[in-house]
Design a protein around this ligand. Sequence first.
Ligand code: SAH
Ligand code: SF4
Length: 359
Amino acid sequence: MSPLTLITAQTEEKLLAFLTEHGHTKFRAQQVLDWVWRKRVTTFDAMSNLPPALKNLLAEHFRFHTPEIVEIHGSADTTRKFLTKMEDGSLVESVIIPAAVAENGEKSERVTLCVSSQVGCAFGCKFCASGLLGLKRHLTTGEIIGQILSAETIAEKRVNNIVFMGMGEPLSNFDNLADALEIITSHRGLEIGARHITISTSGFVPGLKKLAAYPRQIRLAVSLHGATDEVRDQIMPVNKKWPLSQLIPALEEWSRGRNQMPTLEYILIRDINDSPKDASHLVRIAKRLHAKVNLIPYNTVEGLPWKRPTEERCRSFRDAVHKARIPVTMRYEKGHDINAACGQLRLRKEQEKNGSTPR
Ligand code: SAH
Ligand code: SF4
């Protein structure tokens, strides 16, 4: 791996600091960013309005690189999942979710990308494929941004909505995440509005506190999945360290500072969290947080014992939440066939590499 840092991982602030240290002006930093993000050049040589000495300086300190796309699953108008290989061989998965047809029948221009923040995950939720192999490492800012660039190559469209719902716990990789957010939202970067970005967390309270102090209006989703400590303790080890008595006040603190409400993500798992009583516990928390609820019937993972409840049971859970006047949606992951749930594609590939086939 080349020691030079990626030019696509430089926030405006960092690039400006570098260039002024080397005797260049703010205007030059703006020109460089314009080449990288508006004109999308991939060499310093192509930056034709820069003096040769500046092009050389950039080439001595930075480089361009896009990760190798190793697999693409799905087709253009469905959810497409792809795997990219990092320079150390680590595999990262991302998902392109195309625009849904709007109620008026028009197709919106929305292209959502689900990105990973780490290779694997240290949090080890019992139902999740990403946690099965543990954490290998954080993704760098450049690797987070690289997923967006790869997706735009595959989709032949600009991504305009980003969810940090791939592998990893984004809030435990806060510094790299924060730089990536700057590049994504900056108008001298990818220029995607903060309200089109969602960070999902399993309830890593120290990271939530940092996010509460973060100045941009990024959306927040919380993988609650259980509305009592008893249920969460059973499936999410994070809850042992940061139980609901800490998580809920941290979410309230986040909301207070910004007048935004979190979304509560709730996977429905048969006989674990799908009873009417579970629904009423969930309603209580959603009311307290003024939160929306997103129900996701569980996607089975090869080798794990958890099952999706029957459709009828899922519907009556949703109806109970709806009756309590909580805004609720239920989202079916349609991609069992392309290993749609978080981390499953990489898991399969790693197992193939190690010679153990999951099927
Ligand atoms: N680590 C963060 C970000 C990952 S988001 C978090 O947990 O929030 C990935 C989402 O997919 C999480 O809500 C996770 O709980 C959910 N998920 C994981 N495995 C799943 C499965 N098999 N079926 C449905 N959802 C799953
Ligand atoms: Fe990690 Fe999120 Fe999966 Fe839990 S659900 S193991 S926090 S990626």
